[in-house]
Design a protein around this ligand. Structure first.
Ligand code: FNR
Length: 347
């Protein structure tokens, strides 16, 4: 009998995945200085084309979305053409790939984009310095005006169209891990008193506007969304956050998306305000296709899928260590252990 990990899954009328293993989005900081994906990146992704679906490393939608060096973009023609090279390589190897659309909000640094504000829901900064560039301290952001917000929504939609032009099979909106969309969804970062703050309905508005604009641009069958109800990265949790996500997920149940993807590094973590693990909380509230992630081995992933805790599993670090992760698991071969030194090179 085929293990469930290797069973195909029909997501919708547009997309059927050949197995249940997604390559998780993994920032590698290897684009060139114009934030254009390179030939080495095309080869790196093509080596992983036997996963059911690759989610690209987070890709910025416009210059002020950048918070880390050499992260790729999707807002210039050269970047679109660079990605075209990647998607062609993946498709030629029989794979599928979504672009992860990213704006880091208050985690941005003007070092990367020159003049201009760091935008966030509220003027609340984070402590610390930019990873990999420790001499750059984070700045206090500017609270986005309603006009800024409308432009951001339009820019997500344009980046989604650019992704389709670049040959991607769809996009995953990065609504997780303490970046812009997630900042609107948590009380620690959102202290607005207008229609984007204070209540679960208002705090969910930006996320839903982005989702609706991206769906209108490229069709919901090609749109996924990553969310982190358990604040854990650049964000302090607040017991009220659960109400925001209860509302947001209820609203998302009325939209036809390809999937929702848990954003977490370790899914064994339990969050009091969510009543346990993030994946279980999302399963309870979201009726569509759910992607789990966070510290899974082939065995624990297989078990979680059998127990229907989620429908697909995303694998991150083991995919960095094992380009041939899928065939190794299929053939019951030993996996190489991930270590941080592996980030220095695209293997
Ligand atoms: C990540 N992760 C991540 N998540 C995301 O949504 N966008 C991204 O660009 C990145 N980048 C990234 C880089 C590196 C080096 C790591 C280790 C992680 C999180 C990732 O997608 C995944 O959720 C975690 O790695 C947990 O899964 P594993 O690694 O335990 O399978």
């Amino acid at each position: 009998m085929t293990p469930i990990l290797f069973e195909p899954l029909k997501l919708n009328d547009t997309l059927t995945l050949s197995n249940r293993i997604l390559m998780a989005p993994l920032t590698r900081c290897m684009a060139d200085d114009e934030l254009v994906p390179t030939q080495a990146m095309a080869a790196y992704y093509a080596r992983r084309a036997d996963s059911g679906l690759i989610i690209s490393e987070a890709t910025i939608i416009r210059p002020d979305a950048q918070g880390y060096p050499n992260t790729p973009g999707l807002f210039t023609q050269a970047q679109i053409d660079g990605w075209k090279n990647v998607t062609t390589a993946v498709h030629n190897a029989g794979g599928k790939i979504f672009a992860q659309l990213w704006h880091v909000g208050r985690v941005a640094h003007p070092y990367f984009f020159g003049e201009g504000d760091v935008l966030a829901p509220s003027a609340i900064g984070i402590e610390g310095t930019v990873p990999r560039m420790r001499d750059l301290s984070y700045q206090t952001p500017k609270a986005a005006t309603v006009e800024d917000i409308k432009q951001l929504v339009a820019d997500y939609a344009q980046a989604a169209k650019n992704a389709i032009e670049a040959g991607f099979d769809g996009v995953e909106i990065h609504g997780a891990n303490g970046y812009l969309i997630d900042q609107f969804l948590h009380y620690a970062a959102n202290q607005r008193q207008d229609e984007y703050g204070e209540t679960p309905e208002n705090m969910s508005r930006f996320a839903l506007e982005v989702v609706d604009a991206v769906v209108a641009a490229i069709g919901g069958e090609r749109v996924g969304l990553r969310l982190s109800p358990g604040a854990y990265f650049n964000m302090e949790p607040d017991t009220r956050d659960a109400q925001v996500f209860d509302y947001l997920l209820e609203q998302l149940n009325t939209r036809e998306l390809a999937f929702i993807h848990v954003g977490i590094f370790d899914d064994s973590m339990e969050f009091e305000h969510l009543g346990g693990r993030v994946s279980d909380y999302m399963r309870k509230h979201y009726k569509g296709t759910l992607v789990g992630v966070g510290g899974f081995t082939p065995d624990t992933a297989q078990q979680a899928l059998c127990e229907k805790r989620f429908d697909l599993v995303a694998i991150g670090r083991p995919f960095i260590a094992n380009p041939d992760y899928v065939s190794r698991v299929k053939n019951k071969q030993e996996l190489a252990q991930y270590s941080e030194e592996m980030l220095a090179e695209l293997v």
